[in-house]
Design a protein. Structure first.
Length: 362
């Protein structure tokens, strides 16, 4: 096996889940988001651990992602956060998937599929209160509800919206979305629906906006990583690791990697790691990131290649071929830090962890 792997601490995942549960309190259900292969951690293993910890539902982006969980015997309700296409309705009904609904064509397909399997299918109505991504626009809501009223084999079990700017300093936009949402809920109820769940909160609003919790919360990233300036004692779940496969001593003035964008300023020891951008270790990290080894940090030198990355270990005299290196996930280098070096967010760094990187579950 190539010595590049991701250690996934399922105990840390369950710990983070319990912190969320404590934070939202009894009476608020939890839909744990495991889309994009569980944010890169492996959807099946992550889902099993979350089921064990007591999650009420799981959330994925696509019908394929939901089927992967069903194939492994996970039988909790699974929400399709990205909605679905009409031709997927039958599969969704047969496999107890709960779509977010925002298209009348999909509603009709769901109704038909439910009718032919002799059951009542449930869905959550998605309202777009300002994200401008998915959902029924407020000005279309009344017509949409009129269309739904003709469909007798489906039932609205929930209503949701998604907050666009819950992380910004100003809370105005979020408050406007939330108050709009409450108003639209009134409209929905006035049309005779009695949704069991109303929900709006993903990770950041779980922490920042207690009044966004309503009946159900949708934590994603908060389950997987510690975050930046948290009062919560979240633990990182993934540690990305590799081992030195070659070490070389080079004189001052030696260029490293494609284009020689790094040139040694002193006699140096350069270590080569078998991980590259095809593993999700972004090229943007060239000459920017640090890695952790022997309790110290060492800089990435030169361009990150497709399969290989070089680091300067001159100041770590103990470094040897075969030594373990942590690219993120320990106390010296967090995934948030790597994300900052790559001008992105931890979501992206975690979810692009490549297929070649073996996941090892603790
Ligand atoms: C991905 C997603 C979430 C989870 O978001 P986090 O910021 O990771 O907590 C919640 N709700 C919806 C609709 C999503 O698509």
């Amino acid at each position: 096996m190539r010595p590049t792997w991701a250690e996934i601490d399922l105990g840390a995942l369950q710990h983070n889940f319990m912190l969320v549960k404590e934070l939202v309190g009894v009476g608020v259900s939890i839909l744990s988001v495991v889309k994009a292969d569980g944010y890169g951690h492996g959807a099946v293993e992550v889902s099993k651990a979350l089921v064990e910890a007591g999650t009420d539902m799981l959330g994925v982006a696509t019908v394929e992602e939901a089927m992967e969980l069903r194939d492994y015997g996970i039988d909790l309700p699974i929400m399709l956060l990205g909605g679905m296409r009409p031709e997927e309705a039958e599969l969704a009904v047969q496999n107890n998937m709960v779509p977010c609904l925002f298209s009348i064509d999909v509603a009709r397909a769901l109704d038909k599929a439910a009718s032919s399997s002799g059951c009542k299918a449930i869905y959550h109505l998605k309202i777009d209160t300002g994200m401008t991504r998915l959902g029924v626009r407020p000005e279309e809501l009344t017509d949409f509800l009129g269309g739904l009223s003709e469909l007798k084999n489906i039932r609205m079990d929930g209503v949701l919206t998604h907050l666009a700017s819950a992380f910004t300093e100003s809370t105005d936009y979020t408050e406007a979305q939330l108050s709009g949402f409450l108003q639209h809920l009134g409209t929905v109820r006035a049309h005779g629906h009695d949704p069991r769940y109303t929900h709006s909160a993903s990770s950041i609003s779980i922490k920042r906006f207690p009044h966004s919790h309503m009946d159900l919360v949708r934590p994603g990233i908060i389950l997987y990583t510690e975050g930046e300036s948290d009062s919560l004692e979240l633990r990182p779940v993934m540690k990305l690791k590799s081992r030195i496969i070659q070490l070389r001593r080079v004189p001052a003035g030696t260029p490293v990697s494609y284009g020689g964008t790094f040139v040694t300023a002193r006699p140096s020891v350069i270590a080569t790691l078998p991980i590259g951008y095809a593993d999700g270790y972004l090229r943007k990290l060239s000459n920017r990131a640090l890695v952790s080894l022997h309790g110290k940090t060492s800089p990435v030198t030169g361009a990150v290649c497709m399969d290989l990355t070089m680091v300067d270990v001159t100041d770590v005299p103990a470094a040897r071929v075969g030594d373990e290196v942590t690219l993120f996930g320990d106390s010296l280098v967090s995934v948030e830090q790597v994300a900052a070096w790559a001008d992105t967010i931890s979501y992206e760094i975690l979810s692009i962890t490549g297929k070649r990187v073996q996941r090892i579950y603790l």
